[in-house]
Design a protein around this ligand. Structure first.
Ligand code: AMP
Length: 384
């Protein structure tokens, strides 16, 4: 343990009250830490399992100062927090990851510029300020392509696929704020992610690459490990470690990547926080992504990010999947997690389910659907 390790019973401040903060707080509690939340939302998933809360806006200096006064070290659980607010916090208490890392991940142009500068490929992209720039960018990158807002996009919000020249003007008018970013469409074989933890001493620990399947732009299933060639998995790990190093990260970094149909690995997005595609680690690994996050920001040693089991994670999204809850908790082998959200609105992540398999025995598509029981059937139905 380093000299600067956070002692037991210290308080970790988490900016944001969502499920990522909730599961981080649960991991912190096991290590003997308390968590204290800053969120504008009453009765948030994070607050329900934390020692205390400052109820206030992320931009409100009084709320930020009150929050900082209650904690020993600060982290954040989602990226749409104000970077200026995080700067103020960093003037009061240690903040990990740093506001500089947050700024890069908040803006798709800054993010892709950073990734490319580190020597890592992405989809081809162009910044777009005006309709004329969009027309020039489409002339470069071709159609179809994807026009995205640069900030505050998540779960497919703030992006439109451009298929014909007639799509340009309406898409440009609809997407705000500008600048926007145009991305060439990647012909991908699959989407994968790697989650890496990095300590202040530069030590790193990375989980194996996993495969992610989306439905309606929201993560639906994660297969751990990804069923990709060893060389591709090694390349994905190399990229994640390289980016964590280049960011001088202290904390956790999730790197979402495309495996292109020609086998190349391209970065789509980075997120300096726990990630939905790492929820399987709670049950399949001795040390989960949430524990590695807490260890990294607390200055504790980082154990190897190994798994004792293969796993599939299925998200529970919206009222239809929540309605299956009684059957889910009655199904042996399904490991349920709920986030304590009062209302199951459409598209809202309410919880997830993990299903474990012996290492090396992750079944194929039909085996996974069968192993998910009522959720496997639901997933198959909704894809029709
Ligand atoms: P994002 O919000 O950038 O993570 O995009 C959401 C989803 O849209 C991704 O997980 C992909 O399935 C798809 N997508 C985004 N960008 C591209 C791209 N350049 N090429 C192909 N698919 C993309």
């Amino acid at each position: 343990m380093t000299r600067h390790a956070l002692p037991p019973n210290a308080t970790i401040g988490i900016v944001g009250g969502g499920q990522l903060g909730r599961m981080s707080a649960m991991a912190a509690a096991r290590l003997g830490y308390r968590c204290y939340i800053l969120t504008p939302e009453p009765d948030s998933p994070g607050q329900q399992v934390s020692a205390g809360i400052t109820l206030g806006e992320f931009e409100d200096p009084a709320a930020l100062r009150d929050f900082a006064a209650h904690v020993d070290v600060i982290t954040f659980e989602f990226e749409n927090v104000s970077a200026e607010g995080l700067d103020l916090l960093a003037s009061l208490k240690p903040v990990h990851p740093s506001p500089a890392v947050l700024r890069i991940s908040q803006d798709r142009i800054a993010e892709k510029s950073f990734v490319n500068a580190a020597g890592v490929p992405t989809a081809p992209w162009r910044p777009v300020e005006t309709l004329a720039e969009l027309q020039a960018a489409v002339a470069d990158l071709g159609l179809p392509s994807i026009l995205k807002t640069t900030r505050l996009g998540y779960d497919g919000r703030g992006q439109t696929r451009l298929r014909t020249p007639d799509d340009l003007a309406p898409a440009f008018e609809a997407l705000l704020p500008r600048p926007l970013i145009l991305e060439g469409l990647v012909d991908f074989a699959c989407e994968i992610s790697v989650i890496v933890a990095r300590g202040a001493d530069g030590a790193m620990s990375a989980f194996d690459a996993v495969e992610n399947r989306h439905r309606d732009h929201i993560l639906d299933l994660t297969f751990a490990p990804a069923r990709i060639p060893d060389a591709t998995a090694a390349e994905a790990q190399r990229i994640a470690r390289l980016l964590a190093e280049a960011l001088d990260l202290v904390g956790l970094l999730a790197v979402e990547m495309f495996v292109a149909s020609d086998g190349r690995v391209l970065v789509n997005e980075i997120a300096p926080r726990p990630h939905n595609s790492g929820h399987w680690t709670i049950d399949a690994c001795p040390v989960s992504q949430f524990e590695l996050h807490i260890r990294a920001i607390a200055g504790l040693p980082l154990p190897a990010a190994v798994r004792h089991s293969d796993a599939v994670m299925k998200n529970l999204v919206g009222p239809a999947e929540m309605a299956l809850w009684p059957e889910i908790v009655a199904t042996p082998g399904l490991i349920p997690h709920l986030y304590g959200k009062a209302e199951a609105r459409a598209g809202r992540k309410m919880g997830h389910v993990n299903r474990l398999f012996p290492r090396g025995a992750l079944p194929g598509e039909y085996g996974v659907a069968a192993a998910l029981g009522v959720l496997g059937t639901a997933a198959a139905d909704s894809e029709e």
